[in-house]
Design a protein around this ligand. Sequence first.
Ligand code: F6P
Length: 372
Amino acid sequence: MPKKATTRKPSRPAIKAIGILTGGGDCPGLNAVIRAIVKTATLRRKWKCFGIQDGFEGLLTPGKIQELTPQSVQGILPRGGTILGTTNRGNPFKAVVRRGGKDVEIDVSHKLLRNFSRAGLGALVAIGGEGSLDIARKLHAIGVPVIGVPKTIDNDLSATDITFGFDTAASIATEAIDRLHTTAESHGRVMVLEVMGRHAGWIALRAGISGGADVILIPEIPYDMDKVAAAITRRSKRSKFSIVVVAEGAVPRGGRISSVGKTRGGVIRLGGAGEYVGAEIQKRTGIETRVTVLGHLQRGGSPTTFDRLLGTRFGAAAVDLIHQGGFGRMVALRTPKIVSATLDEACGKLNTVDPAGDMVRTARDVGIFMGG
Ligand code: F6P
């Protein structure tokens, strides 16, 4: 009897080893993910693990792949940063080379694919934010069996409820606000704190509400400088100090985002929003004002319990996803479960603060001025 025709996917060889890399800006919790992947892959699946140094660049440069074992990742759970190193450069689809005295961009993804195959790796785990996940998506399209793990302190990836690193960054910003309170009160000053977050106001909003700020300015709500000054003046009648939290991507109504140039990878570098707001407040209200830029302090140091746990859950789930053949996908949190989403979904849309949402409403309910 003729057999029934079945459609089968071309089978991949059984996995013996996987590669792990971290791309883009670092973030607390990366080492928790690396550790969980190594432990789950080696102990549960009996696969070997290889760490690729300095993001995708490590697959283009010789000597940057090293074996990771449960012993070599011992003790890294509470450590900030990434033991693998990272970089904002190294996009294989836009590698910058010097030609004829000029920097030009060329596509070297074929070289990465070749090096990946030669390394004998059956899968690649790319731990990164929007930029790195977009590279992972393109690598998957040319045949690299890749899966993603979302990270960023900005919490701006829409395919997951939350990214690890965000809780730590927001906690550091909250502590900074607590510290600014005491000195603001002693001197009767306005203290402006600029925090990171790029085009999303999550860090400013979470830390601002948790730290008891008086004004929070986020990119999603263009602010009116006259109204900000009026809010500070009103408050000065009953309290001798004010705390203003400004997201680096906050924009004055009808004005432009504050930037300090571009990275070597051509990405706009934000900065200066706090200085601008601080100078305008002092000019318009006459109240002595000081500005603090929290900067990379909010990205450094040990991850919170939340970020260690989420990183560990993501790392273990990444190994499961490889085992299930879920290439071209990334692990994600859909509370309370760890699920997966396609890399297309991950790169499709930024997760920004809803100006009419619950968090902004809460801020307004407790008397925080949101800029407009
Ligand atoms: O995306 C994370 C982030 O920390 C942003 O909040 C910030 O704008 C940017 O990276 C800073 O990048 P760099 O480390 O290149 O200065």
